[in-house]
Write a protein that binds this ligand. Structure first.
Ligand code: PRX
Length: 650
């Protein structure tokens, strides 16, 4: 069994034996039956060209592909020679199919404002925004960074980029000034789209102010397009800044979607790895479109009258694939909510479900555990009878949270789909298709079409059922990342170079006799805090950038709500004292509040081997308050463990 960061959850999951079958009613109406899954899964592996041609053929291509897959490991090209446009497929195609008057986006602001866009209205907005971007000089292939609240304009901006072939790079609005400028610089973006602010827990977040500061360090940035959301005063540089409402309003409503090569880059999204700075995961047009289209339909059992709500912000991959692209490609009605789950109180999600008659809810275990902590009574006040399917994503869901979600939110009637995937995979890879298979709480389940997973040792030896191992994928799939932007070597090494010939996911997993995969967590130095991916190295770099810190080591500690919390061990620079409050504020400035350490342990030494390697294993045990286990004899100074364990965290 590989080492992972979340031992407690793993123990609970491994002893879980409950099996929850979908109701007969759900099964009878399910889009995908067990037989259908088995037939199509087999087809997808045995005749992949035929399978993927069928799926891609349901979408519109300006030019049909000549070859389904060109695989020159580790580089894949899908639907080679084909030309298409994701925004065209999400909008124009649906309007042509008679969905013009159907609601595409039902958006609710944290302040209660509601805005609705039909498919025809959204198409018009996107065409205007596309023309506005062209007017700012954006060319196909140019990078456009988005730093926005979760407002409809964020989806409009993404689709407008896709429409003209510009590559969007969305930076989560909770990231700091320096995280934003680093990402703009790495992508060499020409345009930044932001807003004056966005609401979070009742307060406007000063996005434009952060963007202004970031722009002082971003030489490639030429223009800033600013949405007016909160109406607070902002600084203005007339030669650089453009109001969204002025530019978009003035732009023409006529625009033909650009025919783009299937492998034309669609977006870059930064995510954390175990080493170095965040990686710009790059996705392309055709394969990503096909992958998100297919999985949204199959996994969420999507039907015409569904009201679908994925709570993820567009700053994360879930917000790309399942708040915007996947559901819109399927012509679904998408609910979007700008704010925090506890604003004004912990009933907000349930109120939104009641008000908009949401039928499908897709959210993260961390949110479920937070709701659970506040009791059954709050959701009990709302009418949740519109719900028919629930989904979970982003981190392992512990069986207790799964059962609570199923029982209290789903009323014991809605299947829960636990979906395992990653920024890199683009779309859902493992899940239990609702209606086709019974769920096992805590276990993601079976591979999606075309996905061939396996468990391996680090040496590439394949393991059998019920052996824990490293999760790998044995063949390319359409929505996989194509490279790390500007660093193909890192792409080769991190994903296809760890274990020869397979995609290395960075997760540990087990498989049971029914073939269900249970993800046990990351096997590398990547943390998952409230479903957000953070690299320990990134946080360490931020800590040592503070003058009072000479060295730092960051580990995760199991947390009942967040999954993991950040624990920092720091050594003090001679002549300084460490002020934990100031250090937390510093990390918030360097990365964002999501990386702020929960506990800081100030010490005079770290457990190192004689060759100077920090033994994080021991730090994790200390952080979790566990007895030290394992061979400490390789440590240069084993006494340091006792001293660290005796130091109260600040
Ligand atoms: O460790 C796995 C965990 O989240 C990682 C991917 O994070 P990110 O790229 O930010 O994408 C999150 C949303 C897809 C994975 O390596 N993870 C994601 N979903 C699950 C999960 N762990 C267990 N169960 C899941 N359903």
């Amino acid at each position: 069994m590989p080492h992972t960061n979340q031992q407690d959850h793993i123990d609970a999951m491994l002893h879980e034996t409950r099996v929850i079958a979908p109701s007969e009613e759900f099964q009878a109406r399910a889009r995908v039956t067990r037989e259908e899954y088995e037939r199509r899964y087999r087809q997808s592996l045995e005749h992949p060209d035929e399978f993927w041609s069928e799926v891609a053929g349901e979408l519109y291509w300006m030019k049909r592909w000549e070859q389904v897959l060109d695989w020159q490991e580790p580089h894949a090209q899908w639907f080679v020679g084909g030309q298409t446009n994701v925004a065209y497929n999400a909008l124009d195609r649906n309007v042509q199919h008679g969905l013009g008057e159907k609601r595409a986006i039902v958006w609710e602001g944290e302040d209660g404002e509601v805005r609705t866009y039909t498919y025809a209205e959204l198409l018009r907005e996107v065409k205007k925004a596309a023309n506005a971007l062209l007017g700012l000089g954006v060319q196909p292939g140019d990078r456009v960074t988005l730093y926005m609240p979760l407002i409809p304009e964020a989806a409009v901006a993404m689709l407008a980029c896709a429409r003209i072939g510009a590559v969007h790079s969305v930076v989560f609005g909770g990231f700091s000034v320096s995280a934003l400028s680093d990402r703009i610089n790495d992508a060499q973006s020409k345009v930044l789209i932001t807003a004056d602010g966005g609401y979070r827990r009742g307060q406007p977040v000063p996005l434009k102010k952060n963007a202004d500061e970031a722009a002082q360090k971003t030489p490639t940035l030429e223009k800033m397009l600013v949405v007016r959301r909160v109406g607070t005063p902002v600084d203005w540089q007339p030669e650089r800044d453009v109001w969204w409402h002025e530019a978009v309003e003035a732009a023409s409503g006529e625009h033909e979607a650009a025919p783009l090569d299937s492998e034309h880059p669609l977006f870059i999204l930064y995510t954390s790895g175990s080493t170095g700075k965040p990686k710009g995961v790059q996705h392309t047009t055709g394969g990503y479109m096909v992958g998100t289209y297919l999985t949204t339909q199959a996994v969420f059992d999507l039907r015409d009258d569904d009201v679908y709500w994925c709570t993820a912000d567009v700053g994360w991959v879930t917000g790309h694939s399942y708040s915007v692209y996947g559901p819109l490609l399927n012509g679904a009605t998408v609910v979007m909510y700008e704010g925090a789950p506890n604003q004004p109180d912990w009933g907000r999600f349930w109120e939104i479900i009641q008000k908009h008659r949401v039928t499908i809810l897709y959210t993260a275990p961390t949110a479920i555990r937070a709701f659970m902590q506040h009791g059954d009574e709050i959701p009990g006040r709302y009418d949740l009878s519109s719900l028919r399917l629930l989904g979970s994503v982003g981190e392992p869901i512990n069986p207790e949270a799964w059962m609570w979600y199923w029982r209290v939110i789903g009323g014991g009637r809605c299947p829960v789909v636990d979906t395992w995937w990653q920024t890199e995979t683009g779309s859902i890879m493992l899940t239990t298709l609702p209606g086709a298979f019974p769920s096992k709480p805590g276990s993601a389940g079976l591979p999606m079409y075309g996905v061939e997973p396996a468990l391996m040792t680090h040496d590439g030896e394949e393991l059998g059922a019920d052996d824990g191992g490293l999760l790998v994928i044995k063949r390319p799939w359409p929505s996989m990342l194509r490279t790390v932007y500007g660093d193909d070597e890192r792409y080769r090494k991190s994903y296809w170079g760890e274990i020869k010939g397979v995609y290395f996911a960075g997760d540990g997993a087990r498989r049971d006799a029914d073939g269900y995969y249970t993800i046990v967590g990351r096997v590398d130095d990547v943390l998952n805090v409230s479903g957000h991916r953070l690299g320990t190295m990134e946080i360490e770099s931020a800590l040592v950038a503070h003058p009072s810190v000479s060295e730092a080591a960051v580990v995760g500690k199991p947390d009942a709500v967040k999954g993991e919390s950040v624990v920092a061990f720091v050594l003090v620079q001679d002549g300084y004292t460490v002020d934990p409050t100031e250090l937390r504020a510093h990390v918030t400035r360097e990365i964002g509040a999501l990386a702020r350490p929960d506990a800081i342990i100030v010490s005079d030494a770290l457990p190192k081997t004689r060759s100077g390697k920090i033994m994080r294993r021991f730090l994790r045990q200390i952080a979790a308050g566990q007895e030290i286990q394992g061979d400490t004899s390789t440590l240069e100074d084993p006494g340091v463990l006792e001293r660290l364990a005796a130091t109260p965290p600040a």
